[in-house]
Design a protein around this ligand. Structure first.
Ligand code: SAH
Ligand code: SF4
Length: 384
């Protein structure tokens, strides 16, 4: 079953066109619509003959993503979209817009000289990793997305962008893609890498415009070190001792911090790329200065070969409250204290602007609010 037109490669598109009795250049037109125009709907492909359009839409009627919900937040600078997948499950994609430097409401927001439009995409419906603070993790795993379903999220958000942008000051095209939505990208390597290559080769995004975030699956990090496409890597660390990380991120029991950092060290040695470490700050859980000091000591030795500069960059994310988890963000001053304690080790650290708090925009939250027919959320295990 083809789940999205983006699941078809150029050979398959050619076969499809030939089967319809059309000349081969129609396949190139189709590819142009899919990749350059980012338009997955055959009915909108106006330079294709009416008959071919009808045939394609009939054949792929059950494929593709259907927009189920849309919520705008941050005065229209953040948009959360819930897409229904063939078969009924749903995933979310979040568009975050950043104005050019100096033009925004707040320094945290600025997106460099040109502004930035980042889309955060999902790789799985649900997630099997079970992180205790994460709405997606608490839902459990439903299924992997196909390559095409991952790519189509980017296409859909791209084509919606002109109507979603809050004003002429906002960027008018997508500049960045982050694999930080629902699911663990390295638990679905086929779709993750298939999509990353299609976004680069087909959609024309540079490798540096693409970021993959992992909970710390060591085999995935090792594969990233060997892939020719040098995307950015983000590692969700969230704790600096195994005792605490075991409780927040259960996969730590399989790949404890030392093994994780060993793999990241090899990745840095092979790629000479910096790695960001995501740390969701939760009041009274992982926001004490002992964790901050440990984190600094763990990451300070990671250096880019040659330049000797720090290879780690810490992103602190004040926890986005998720109903029922029992976790809360620390006060602003506690966040700043934590940042300063990490910075004392020399490791670069920043506090990430919390986007979409009013629209449940943290990982998995929109789908939690939308519910899922026939399945109840798992009971939530807080830290003991
Ligand atoms: N599975 C991958 C990518 C998706 S999660 C990973 O874990 O890295 C994207 C990021 O959002 C992760 O760093 C995750 O830990 C974080 N996150 C999840 N729920 C959150 C919440 N309620 N508040 C803040 N960050 C959250
Ligand atoms: Fe999965 Fe990432 Fe959520 Fe953990 S934080 S449950 S790995 S989506």
């Amino acid at each position: 079953m083809t789940r999205s037109l983006y699941d078809l490669d150029s050979g398959q598109l050619e076969a499809l066109v030939a089967e319809a009795g059309e000349p081969p250049y129609r396949a190139r037109q189709l590819t142009h619509w899919l990749d350059s125009r980012r338009q997955p709907d055959p009915r909108a492909m106006t330079n294709l003959p009416r008959g071919l359009r009808a045939r394609l839409s009939e054949r792929f009627a059950g494929a593709g993503l259907t927009l189920d919900r849309h919520q705008a937040g941050d005065d229209g600078w953040t948009h959360k979209l819930l897409f229904r997948l063939p078969g009924g499950d749903a995933v979310e994609s979040v568009l975050m817009l950043y104005p050019p430097a100096g033009a925004g409401p707040d320094d945290d927001w600025e997106g460099g000289r040109q502004g930035r439009a980042t889309v955060c995409i999902s790789t799985q419906a649900g997630c099997a990793m079970g992180c205790t603070f994460c709405a997606t993790g608490q839902f459990g795993f439903t299924r992997h997305l196909s390559v095409g379903e991952v790519v189509e999220q980017v296409a859909r958000v791209s084509t919606m962008l002109p109507e979603l942008r809050p004003g002429p000051g906002a960027p008018d095209h997508l500049t960045n893609v982050v694999f930080m939505g629902m699911g663990e990208p390295f638990a679905n390597q086929k779709a993750t890498w298939g999509a990353a290559y299609r976004l680069h080769q087909g959609f024309g995004l540079s490798a540096r415009a693409i970021t993959i975030s992992t909970v710390g699956l060591v085999p995935g990090i090792r594969r990233a070190a060997a892939e020719p496409l040098r995307v950015n890597l983000a590692v969700s660390i969230h704790a600096a001792s195994d005792e605490l990380r075991d409780r927040l991120v259960p996969v730590n029991r399989s790949w404890p911090i030392a093994e994780l950092l060993d793999a990241v060290g090899d990745y840095v040695a092979a790629t000479r790329r910096r790695v960001s470490f995501e740390y969701a700050l939760m009041a009274g859980v992982n926001d004490d200065l002992e964790q901050a000091g440990r984190l600094g000591r763990l990451l300070a030795p990671l250096r880019v070969p040659g330049s000797g500069g720090h290879a780690a960059h810490v992103n602190l994310i004040p926890y986005n409250p998720t109903p029922g988890t029992g976790f809360f963000p620390p006060s602003r001053s506690a966040v700043r204290r934590f940042r300063d304690a990490v910075a004392a080790s020399g490791v670069p650290v920043s506090i990430r602007a919390n986007r979409g708090v009013g629209i449940d925009a943290a990982c998995g939250q929109l789908r939690t609010a939308a519910g899922r027919p026939g399945r109840r959320p798992l009971p939530v295990a807080g830290p003991s």
